[in-house]
Design a protein around this ligand. Structure first.
Ligand SMILES: Nc1ncnc2c1ncn2[C@@H]1O[C@H](COP(=O)(O)OP(=O)(O)O)[C@@H](O)[C@H]1O
Ligand SMILES: O=P(O)(O)OC[C@H](O)CO
Length: 495
């Protein structure tokens, strides 16, 4: 019997599939990543092909483990873009509809109607969420309402629903386990976050058959086993942990104590603050979510969501074509001292915290004949920091506690201009960990805990390490002026 010493994290993000192998010290052993197709069928709509996600995920998984002895893999952990809604056929294992992505706004009118009928406070108190098209509940209702065949199958338990974690676990496991973890379930708008059970009143109102929902499990336990990784006879690897990507990042950053917070800069930006075993309800547009469920206890978090962050960089590259790579934006932004009054509000799919405006759309203001590509690129990067600033402000106002340091992770934290600008805007240090793949690390931690590779949280705390701290270099007057100019630009957009 070989020593079990690796944990493989599957990180299924909005734009790419990743598989990362970690050793017992939390260091990366190997990694593989591949982008997959984004579909934008109408204004404000975003779809993925769940079958493509599965195939690409499997490919990168094989790639990441190809040099390992499979017998040394202790477990697989899964983390994923949240809310994205997949419905598949129980018999054929094929998706019955394109996956409706978390960014998709197709159900904003449906949410408006539900608000008019008085559902907003009910949703808020039961699920901790804002009644918004962002979450899976109305996406699933839309899918069933618009596809009578799928509804008929769903009622017979032949069509299954899941967020991406469920879909991948179902595809990976022997015996096809149809499960989700509590953190992912808390993003559906169908879960009562107090009882951690699917909520019958909400299911009835949205006309969603319970038979199609996965079983809700903890974030760290063996959900099933896979033989899909290789041909070595008898190598069954446990799938032993799962969490939504933002909650996994909170875990991977070691925010195990109440009050600790992080910001992840990926497709969107998500600030999460751990609030312990009691859900804290926000008055100011933050949402209350399950952080993780571990060892029989449920931990909660307050969250502020920015829908478009890294997407603005992708749009500069793929939509506008004014940069060749995401990395190039750093050099271009630094080539000018400031934006000369150009502001970019990247509300491509509406605005999240604190505005919750599904119909807002992107806008660039303050253009003159002197404006150049560099000013637009710089304004685009600054917009990521401005949006994060606003979320953190709300969090501070709500808790009355002044932030002393911001822990960051996600693909865009490689951008040192962005990190420095964020520190300047906040007036506090922005700290980047040694392993910026914190999301994957969190999933690996959850899976490794379940199989005994690590014993407890204090052991995980020893594994943390920091790469760089960005110190603020601007004064209060600068911050005030910059933020008020940004807020004027947002006000134009909101009309
Ligand atoms: N050097 C960079 N500067 C700015 N943005 C970047 C940089 N590198 C990657 N990004 C952005 O980060 C995002 C990818 O981050 P990642 O954490 O992988 O996101 P996700 O998990 O949402 O797919 C992309 O939107 C990309 O545009
Ligand atoms: O793909 P990411 O990392 O931007 O995360 C997406 C979030 O989970 C959406 O809620």
């Amino acid at each position: 019997m070989k020593q079990k010493r690796y944990v493989v994290a599957i990180d299924q993000g909005t734009t790419s599939c990743r598989a990362i192998v970690f050793d017992p010290q939390g260091a990366i052993v190997s990694t593989a990543q591949k982008e997959f197709t984004q579909f934008f069928p109408k204004s404000g709509w975003v779809e993925h092909d769940a079958e493509e996600i599965w195939q690409v995920q499997l490919e990168v998984l094989h790639e990441a483990v190809k040099l390992l002895d499979l017998e040394e893999i202790a477990a697989i952990g899964i983390t994923n873009q949240r809310e994205t809604t997949v419905v598949w056929d129980k018999q054929t294992g094929k998706p019955l509809h394109p996956a409706i992505v978390w960014q998709c706004r197709r159900t904003s009118a449906m949410c408006e109607e539900l608000k008019q009928q008085g559902w907003e406070p009910i949703i808020r108190s039961k699920t901790g969420l804002v009644l918004d098209a962002y979450f899976s509940g109305t996406k699933l209702k839309w899918l069933l309402d618009n596809n009578p065949d799928i509804r008929a199958k769903a009622e017979q338990g032949e069509a299954l629903f899941g967020t991406i974690d469920s879909w991948l676990i179902w595809k990976l496991t022997e015996g096809r386990q149809h499960v989700t973890d509590a953190s992912n379930a808390s993003r559906t708008m169908l879960l009562n976050i107090h009882s951690v059970q699917w909520d019958d009143d909400i299911l009835r109102e949205l006309n969603i058959p319970k038979a199609m929902l996965p079983e809700v499990k903890s974030s760290s336990e063996v959900y099933g086993y896979t033989e899909l990784l290789g041909t070595t006879a008898g190598v069954r690897i446990p799938i032993a942990g799962a969490a939504g990507d933002q909650q996994a990042a909170l875990f991977g950053q070691g925010c195990f104590t109440e009050g600790m917070a992080k910001n992840t800069y990926g497709t969107g930006c998500f600030v999460l603050k751990q609030t312990g075993e009691k859900p804290v309800m926000s008055e100011k547009g933050l949402i209350t979510t399950i952080a993780w469920s571990l060892n029989g206890k449920v931990y909660y978090a307050l969250e502020g969501s920015v829908f478009n962050a890294g997407t603005v960089v992708q749009w500069l590259r793929d939509g506008l074509g004014i940069v060749g790579t995401a990395a190039e934006t750093e050099v271009i932004a630094k080539s000018v001292e400031h934006t000369e009054g150009v502001y970019f509000v990247p509300a491509f799919t509406g605005l999240g915290t604190p505005y919750w405006e599904p119909d807002a759309r992107g806008m660039i203001t303050g253009l003159t004949r002197a404006s150049t590509r560099a000013h637009i690129v710089r304004a685009a990067l600054e917009s990521i920091a401005f949006q994060s600033y606003e979320v953190l402000q709300v969090m501070e106002e709500e808790s009355g506690i002044h932030l002393r340091e911001l822990r960051v992770d996600g693909g865009a934290v490689k951008n040192e201009f962005l990190m420095q600008f964020q520190a300047d805007l906040l007036g506090v240090a922005v700290t980047r960990p040694r392993v910026i793949e914190t999301t994957a690390l969190g999933a690996a931690f959850l899976a490794g805990l379940a199989v005994g590779l690590w014993n407890d949280l204090s052991e995980l705390e020893q594994l943390k390490g920091y790469d760089r701290s960005f110190r603020p270099a601007k004064d209060e007057a600068y911050r005030k002026q910059a933020v008020s100019a940004w807020q004027r630009a947002v006000a134009y957009q909101l009309g």
